[in-house]
Design a protein around this ligand. Structure first.
Ligand SMILES: NC(=O)c1ccc[n+]([C@@H]2O[C@H](COP(=O)([O-])OP(=O)(O)OC[C@H]3O[C@@H](n4cnc5c(N)ncnc54)[C@H](OP(=O)(O)O)[C@@H]3O)[C@@H](O)[C@H]2O)c1
Length: 364
């Protein structure tokens, strides 16, 4: 790589780093960072997008200039917008600042606008280069891109299990399989998500809190998917001061008289079947880019079968629960040939004290 390319890569990496500062806060928007150099290649401004409704990275960088940007260069990890949303178009800001070169890592995934930002910059006489650090930029915004393309929220399925692959005893007892460190890691890791989903049975059995314990404000939306609506009248999820809760129920099977058990502060939405895709679509419409499925085996199996899960994260404790009837992370996928089983990729393994944490991706 030439010295010039090394320096372009360095500045794009800086833009990507800035973008990552909005990791837990930008939904439904993407994570974007921008860097501006003057015509002599000196850094004169930078910015990142923090939250929807707040300035975009390019606008923030254009406003923070400590020197004239005329003839300068911008590095930005996502194609600048060219439409009026909650804030004015970024291309206008770039053009009026006198910037003459723009390095863009990846195009906007929204097909209606994709390429148009670049076209407008070119029409204004700005040199545009696309593709620098593409892999890193795609990884940083994979959930935003997934939601835009599929209209479904990017799903991560998380479970905790023993080394013999059990998530609980035959009688349903499962507290606690993993160590305290793993469990507190889960609390902070929830901050990356816009919503956390469980099924009605996990609510009945575990009465979980499903919060980040204060790492994110507001807390992620807590979602319960139920076919029966047979939910208890007392539950940690009904405490709306801690976090918002949404109950989604299948109106084809639910007993709607149970609705009276749910307090008014909890939002309720009905759907026409028990298809997990409906959840992923409702949450995407609400602006959730990335959602965490913390459900038990039955809903987890249905979510995997309906392509609602893109990644898994499992915490494995060096403990043996044993028992043919102990709970597994999944139900039966009814595979009859080994070449039909689900194969995951891109595994990352880490040690959390004595526990092992494995992250892997689905190929769908
Ligand atoms: N170790 C772990 O990581 C972990 C994580 C989560 C849960 N668990 C354990 O898992 C057990 C619960 O397992 P579970 O499989 O019953 O989990 P679940 O998370 O409650 O999911 C099943 C429930 O989801 C609802 N549902 C909606 N659509 C569905 C669909 N298409 N398919 C299946 N269910 C659908 C139903 O609720 P309704 O019955 O209300 O209609 C159903 O009973 C608990 O004992 C809990 O402790 C362990």
């Amino acid at each position: 790589m030439s010295e010039k390319n090394v320096s372009h890569t360095r500045w794009m990496k800086r833009a990507i780093f800035l973008a990552s500062l909005g990791k837990n806060t930008t939904s439904p928007n993407p994570r974007v960072g921008a860097v501006i150099l003057d015509k002599n290649g000196n850094l004169i401004s930078e910015g990142f997008h923090y939250k929807a409704g707040m300035p975009h990275a390019e606008a923030m960088a254009s406003e923070n200039l400590n020197k004239d940007a005329n003839g300068g260069t911008m590095y930005v990890n996502l194609e600048p917008c060219c439409h009026h949303g909650r804030t004015p178009p970024c291309v206008d800001k770039i053009i009026s600042s006198g910037i003459k070169k723009v390095y863009i890592s990846i195009l906007d995934p929204d097909k209606r606008v994709s390429g148009k930002g670049i076209q407008l910059l070119k029409e204004a006489g700005i040199q545009v280069h696309v593709g620098l650090c593409e892999k890193e930029s795609l990884a940083l915004n994979k959930a935003f891109i997934h939601r835009n393309i599929t209209k479904k929220a990017f799903g991560v399925l998380k479970w905790a299990m023993s080394i013999d692959g059990r998530i609980g005893l035959k009688n349903g007892e499962s507290k606690w399989i993993t160590n305290e460190e793993s469990r507190s890691l889960v609390h902070t890791f929830r901050a990356e998500f816009d919503a956390i989903i469980i099924g009605g049975n996990t609510l009945r059995k575990d009465n979980p809190l499903l919060t980040t314990r204060g790492s994110k404000n507001p807390e992620p939306l807590r979602v319960v998917f139920t076919k029966s609506l047979d939910l208890p009248s007392k539950s940690n999820l009904w405490d709306c001061d801690k976090a918002k809760t949404l109950v989604i129920y299948d109106s084809s099977t639910a007993n709607e008289s149970y609705l009276t058990r749910i307090p008014k502060c909890v939002e309720v939405e009905k759907v026409s079947s028990d298809d997990p895709n409906l959840i992923a679509k409702i949450l995407a419409k609400r602006g959730c880019n990335k959602v965490l499925w913390e459900c038990g085996p039955r809903l987890a199996t249905a979510a995997v079968q309906s392509n609602c899960i893109q990644e898994i994260i499992t915490f494995i404790a060096p403990k043996i629960l044993g028992g043919v009837d102990s709970m597994n992370p999944f139900g039966d996928f009814e595979f009859e040939e080994m070449n039909k089983i689900i194969k995951l990729s891109d595994s990352q393994v880490s040690l959390i004290g004595n526990d092992i944490c494995v992250k892997s991706s689905f190929k769908n």
